[in-house]
Design a protein around this ligand. Sequence first.
Ligand code: NOJ
Length: 960
Amino acid sequence: MTILRSVLALGVVLGCVGAVKREDFKTCAQSGFCARNRAYAELAKETPNWISPFQMNPSSLRLKDGILTGDLIDTQEEKQPSPRPGLAFELHLLDNDAVRVRITEREGVLPRYDGVQDTVLVKPYGMAKDSSYKQLSKDTDGVLSIQYGAQRQNTVKISSAPFKIEFLVNDVTTVVLNGEGLLRFERLRKKQVEEANEEGKLNDQEARKKEGEIKIEKSALELKLEENLWEERFKDSTDSKPRGPESFGLDITFSGINHVYGIPEHATSLSLKATKGPDAPYSEPYRLYNLDVFEYEVDNPMALYGSVPFMLGHSKNSTAAVFWMNAAETWVDVEKTAEDKNSGILSWIKSKKAVPAPSTKTHWMSEAGILDVFVFLGPTQRDIFRQYSSLVGTTALPQAFSIAYHQCRWNYNTQQDVAEVDAGFDEHDIPYDVLWLDIEHTNGKRYFTWDEAKFPNPTDMQQSLANKGRKMVTIIDPHIKKDDQYHVSKEGNDLDLYIKNKDGQSAFDGWCWPGSSQWIDFYNPKARDWWASQFSYDRYKGSTKTLFTWNDMNEPSVFSGPEITIPKDVIHHGNVEHRNVHNLYGTMFHSATAQGLIQRNETNQRPFVLSRAFFAGTQRYGAIWTGDNLANWEHLEIASPMLLTIGLSGIPFSGADVGGFFGNPDAELLVRWYQAGAFYPFFRAHAHLDSKRREPWLFGEPYTSQIREAVRTRYTYLPFWYTLFHETSVDGTPIIRPMFTEFPEDETVFAMDDQYMVGDALLVKPVTKPGITRSSVYFAGNEKWFDIKDYSVEQGPGIKEVASPSDKIAVYQRAGTIVPKRERPRRSSKAMEHDPFTLVIALDNRGEASGRIYLDDGESFHYEQGDYILHEFRVSQGVLSSHDLRTESKVKVSEYVQRIGALRIERLVFLGSKIALTKVNVGDRSLQVDCTHAPNGGGHVCTVKEPQVAIGESFSLSFE
Ligand code: NOJ
């Protein structure tokens, strides 16, 4: 084992760029429950006229206060000599129009874990009011229907025999549960009883077989259903599975919907590829199991660092989503199909086509817990984002600095090194906000400590960055070096805060960066509070108000563990087996850290914590990134679909390591990555310990200037980005958006993931291949698009070849939008705080446009008391108006609002005007306007300098 550890650690440290070690990670066939549930699906397929053995007992159904309950019977089990009680079924109608379906054991041998909801759901949700739904009488086949939704546009139909749930929107079937009959539910059982029964059965069967009474041949698939029920081996590890098998599976069909998205994290396309069916590109299901995958491969459904079991389906006619609330290992098969036996009939009739609407069948398989799934029917994507985020929470409004540019590498080695890198940015006039320190800054990977020889005076170091408005981030991982002399380790032991071995007594011990380590049990509320207290300034010596945190390795990564993570049978607080909560561990850690950063200040400062592992709800605690990518073009290319997927699954604050973590990018790749990264919500360059230094100026000209231009572009758009962060913090709308989110009816864009939108206004197409100087961009809609650099115009819809020379990528502002900017180059975002604004007004064909600005102090929680500015700009009929959007009850005219609201708008740029503007007036003041022509003959570009209006002022300005 020691050798194995050393080899592993060495492999990681050397960072030799090779291929993923697939053999370190399970395939579905090597994961007992996945193999069993997949075998069941095969059995269903091979069995003519397969029907689900599950039946709802119709007389057991009761609907009260928005909750329908009933008894679900497994007719196969019923045939056993001593059948167990049926499964408990619940369907909740929520006040946000979502529906929740829960299935679990009634009177199980042991309780099944049902605690995910306690940490994932933000609050007990409201149930639909009695008046907002209507139960229709059961039809002759025992189908019970309930109409619900704001306009009663939705119907949920529960069929009894076989059991099936259909969700219809305006009478069109949209989502079907168990339509394929793959519902399967492994009952908890007692091992000894089972073994004795098994023995008894065999003896009995042997005897009867000898007497020629029965045939006991089982098909290979039926036998597979009984494999690996108890102990399970993988490579040199054994999962003891003391509770035995407890998995379940269910098929979910998106009827009439050919594209499904979500279920991050996988290095794959935005529109999920099929894993089953005749031409399926993948043969493995998508796996959701937080893992530290060394040198991950692109175009692969293997599990990565984070998991969000949220899937969205979209077609021209409908949008629907499901959230499978389970934090155990989960696999999802996806199959595209032309025919839909769940009656896409109505949708075909509607679309008046003779062919059946295509559908997507998905099959969800989880190892433990209870079946708990939410169904969202929109009707629009925005509704779904709102419905989903009202359950799992929206993105916490970040510190303003954290959406600017971050400079990181493993490692900045000394205080001197930090000072030089910091000075390098100033010398080369490149703005940046945060300098990061990786694990080598600590005393022997003891987090919350410093290597005093290399960083003798961390407080001064942070102060000198802070003097320029800059911040620092240090890494704090969840593994704690075993060392009684290390205060964190000792306290963790004294207070009994570590994860326990399967005996539930001794602390689990594994191998990570510091060598032999233990892992804090973040499921223990006491451990979370204690952890949070470690961030107080008196405990974390050398930390200051401008020091923030990076949580890494929190899947958790355990070099000596099965699949480089912690064994599933270790025990958490409350005797909870890790198996049940694996995918949530990183989030619990992330939340405790964020809590610590909030608590350390009396003055109400927002935290900033970056995490590698994530789950549904992570957005409430901070940002995430896509882990250890490679410095190659494929990884640059895959970053866009990965970030789009993570964003639409509720975690918009995410980024990929700019430059690529492993290996050495050449100058061209590095520049292209900066140009793309400037349009990631989280924008950080990072590099492996053994990679060559690559600070932005090290490749010389023209590269330094190209990188400067990319980073400065990000800074000019910070007011726009911050406004988008505010928007998502309110309603969960993603910040970077797939084209299909903004153009939901344009089928051309449903699978498009090499270009995307930032908010509703900017179209971005990164260059992801070497040697490119032109890009083909799809301009959607019957609208104009304006190049953000030279204002040249393209007319949609259609694909156009546009210039992408080495100093820019294609970024266009959509007609009909108004984007707030700050255009003065500064050292850091803090240094821009008092700068004036520019509004870029891109008029549409009707001469209209709209946009917003949100501003607050960028660091405190005072905005919760109404201490912010939210203005809407609108152009209509030759008038640009700005008005306050704050609601009456929240309006507060604080000193801050007055000061910031008084900052002036220094420039208005009108694009897309059919005529050159000649007269611009605010009240009776007339303003000077200068017009030029856009380079490719696309109309007028008219600039009004110093319109003498303030950003927080309601005004109206006329132009002609
Ligand atoms: C793994 C992280 O993914 C990487 O970003 C970091 O540099 C190393 N751990 C060392 O802390």
